[in-house]
Design a protein around this ligand. Sequence first.
Ligand SMILES: Nc1ncnc2c1ncn2[C@@H]1O[C@H](COP(=O)(O)OP(=O)(O)OP(=O)(O)O)[C@@H](O)[C@H]1O
Length: 662
Amino acid sequence: MRVRWFRWPGRLLRGRRSPDESPGTSPGKDASSGPALPELKELKWYARTGELAETGLRTMARRLPVLVGQALRLAWRAGPLDTAVTIACNLAAGFFTAFGLLATTGVLTALLAAGPTPQRVRAALPSLALVGLAVMLRAGFQALAGWSQARLQPKVTRIVEMRLYELTSAVELAALDDADFLDELQRADSRGTAAASGVVESTVDLLTGAVGLLAAASALGVLHPLLLPLLLLTAVPEGWASVRSARMRYLTVLRLVGAARRKWILSDLMVDRRHAPEVRSFTMREFLLREYDRVAAYQRDTELELARRQMLARVLGDALEGLAVAGVYVVLGVLLWQGMVPLAVAGAAVLAIRTGQGALGNLVYAVNHCYEEGLYFSDYITFCEKAERRIPAPPRPVRAVPVPFQKITVENVVFTYPKAERPSLCGVSIELRRGEVVALVGENGSGKSTLAKLVAGLYTPDEGRVCWDGVPLQETDPEQVREHIAVIAQDYTHWPMTARQNIAMGRLPDRVDGGEHPALLAAARAAGADEVIDGLEDGYDTLLDRRFKGGAELSGGQWQRLAVARGFFRDAPLLICDEPTAAMDARAEHALFERIRAHADGRTVLLITHRLASVRHADRIYVLEHGRVIEEGDHESLMALGGLYADLYALQASAYRVSPTG
Ligand SMILES: Nc1ncnc2c1ncn2[C@@H]1O[C@H](COP(=O)(O)OP(=O)(O)OP(=O)(O)O)[C@@H](O)[C@H]1O
């Protein structure tokens, strides 16, 4: 299996990197002139590359058994039958390799005996038949092992991906505000899941190599005990060169990190539709192409240098191995000459040595590969363990959510985002009664959306509590609470699905008499989304994603109407609207606020908006500043107070009072 050698570059770098040369060094200063993009920070998931570069044989030996154990457990979970068949077939193939090698001695003994040739050939026939049988069986078992291994790969990928997404979609929202957690997630997602099947594959390869080596070694041991160390002697140069060259490769990858990342960013700018209008309007094409070419040239030069050094390493490794093999043959010759081994045994030994070398080459490759992939796989395992700890455990005992509620109270809540220096909410108390429209107003960053997310049960307060009719949310099942809340978020998602799915969100109602469900139509009508959908070619069946054939794109305001329809369709006793009209035209905005008021009928609406004219009719208005409630009351009382609300209201009103002539 010498082919694999080519995947182990040899000595890749000329000398050592200087200590001050950062990993991910960008395209050299000698690259062609022209304005360059600023230096880029190293991607977190490449952090492992540094560790790889430091890797020594001892570290490898220590971590490998753990990795092999993890890989085998994973493979067993993914496909117990395929795992068992792969291992059993590899063992059987190894057995028949040894058997075939020993049977070869019989063939050679018969052929090299004294007597007429036809008689010698006849004598060799039974052993020859055994050799043929061994080769056939070995090939059969190898094919079966390969087949089950191939079946195992997609199964492994499926379970690791599913596990990751089960966890990422269940962790508390605060975990996703934690930059360290996000970095680890990115590493696990971008590299870790792919590495899982790599680890399983290389573990099986490792097993195959070990079995092959053991087979050759046992055959040699049976032929003559002295021959066993000879096999290892031929393996030393290759093993040494392989491990060394693998480490060298990591260093090259490390050196290209910055260039690779820069190329991704540039290609994204030139390929993605989102950037296309600005790339054109700012005539960025020339600049981007020039920069891309500069980085690509740097990468090409580094890789050509790598290829040259790979070739040198291969030549050096082969030369050393050639010397070792020559040494083996000399020793074999001496043994023959001294009459210590018969000629037939020497012939079989040559075959066994060749077989053993191939198996050893595979083994060394598999060890390297397993270790390299194992580092990334460890990222995945570590992330999953951390994520498990960040899934909120349901309280015991769980209290039922009182529905319909009479009153929701937020009592003295304090909340700080992960790793934030200051709390976003400091001792906030508000009250929402059944059937009320309650508004939160305040300047940017005053804490309105954060408070709404706490009311929605998306975050848990650090201090204080949110209660539904006196039942603290912490004592209820969060999933159950969310069933009774509809949120029209400020940063809502443009779901790449059909218009119907964008409103129904997985709760697809049955059609009635071949038409849409009345609840779906009513929600769309209330949000003004019906006009948008009527204008689409396939109506409710239109896919709202231009990246797919036949997909349609909506304007910002049209998307917002769909987001509002989704909130109405959920028909929950509590509706939270965070800036629901930011992208709407004046008419749509006015109509929507009317509908929100109408929608309240028996339900409670928590409304966040900067359009103060729209909150005039709210039952109660809370004014927030720097995470505290500074004013509270209805429009008239707040105006009479003459505080921040009155200032902001007067400011907005005056903008409309300016006469057209200025
Ligand atoms: N995910 C987050 N992680 C860390 N800090 C955050 C996060 N979201 C908001 N903040 C911080 O919390 C504070 C309150 O933000 P919030 O979004 O609640 O304000 P807001 O009143 O809704 O503002 P706006 O009117 O601009 O929407 C801000 O200082 C903001 O920087």
